[in-house]
Design a protein around this ligand. Sequence first.
Ligand code: MRU
Length: 338
Amino acid sequence: MSPCESRTIWWDDGLWLIDQTKLPGKLEPIRMESVRQLVEAIQSLRVRGAPALGAAGAYGIALAAEKSFTSNAYDMISELELAAEMIKGARPTAINLSWGVERALKAATSQANIDDIRETALREAEEMAEEDIRINKAIGKNGARLLDDGDSVLTHCNAGRLACVGWGTALGVVRSAVAVGKRIHVYASETRPLHQGSRLTAWELAQDGIPVTLICDSMSGSLMRKGKIDKIIVGADRITRDVVFNKIGTYNHAVLAKHHKIPFYVAAPLSTFDRINAEEDIVVEERDPEEICTLAGMRLAPQGIAVYNPAFDATPLELITGLITEKGVFRPPLMPTL
Ligand code: MRU
């Protein structure tokens, strides 16, 4: 099996990741030759999804150490600190990116010679990548109990194996339920403007033979009203004490779910929880207007039109039925202790 089929990001004599901008057309690995290239890959969503960004951040420190030419440990540590700032600054909203960078940086900079710094950075990144899959399987097991045989589940964006190192969070719950014999059908909302739902979620579920129906983002309300959706499960980019940040459009589904009395779950590892900040402290990434105004080079809107293109929205905790984590399911206002 090629690494692409089991992992989104991996180390094989260098840093590799699946180039998600090529999906669903091509499952293509791309090698990262520099920290600058990794930053570009994060910003252009070649690698994306909170847990995958955590791993990318940690591997980024290993990459910086590998590419360093210095023979002096102090200089290498300064280079790693600089790389850490560049990587953390690539995307501001998902907490996992800075969490992954800082964890690998802390491990690497506890070493006193360059070989140990290199080795420790890579070992920490590899451990975090393995841990991600283990944690997602635990999330899956805890969440699978919430799904009944025959359920139709709505999900938004991609919180699947492509958003993680493997298995997935929201889609990990679906996978775990299917693995214990439950028949689950998924509605994937396409997720304008970058179509992570249609390009990635629909693709990875179809690959696994899990029944999936693609809808436009605006169709979820009508489906809920018709009684076609039993549960909603999404991922998260950051969970503060008051809200869940996730892909733009999540809030719309959550409000509709409340109105229709449909359980709305968020599946995320503890590394996505932010115990320090509240909604108002967080920068929501605003992306290039062209993502809305063009599609595969075709113009969809008048040149120069005003555009609002935030990547994420915030869903208040009171709209959430349960937070599915590796430590169990927490019903807000109850939160896991970190
Ligand atoms: O902009 P993206 O594609 O990185 O956004 C991803 C999401 O919003 C996911 O739902 C979130 O990161 C959870 S992934 C398990």
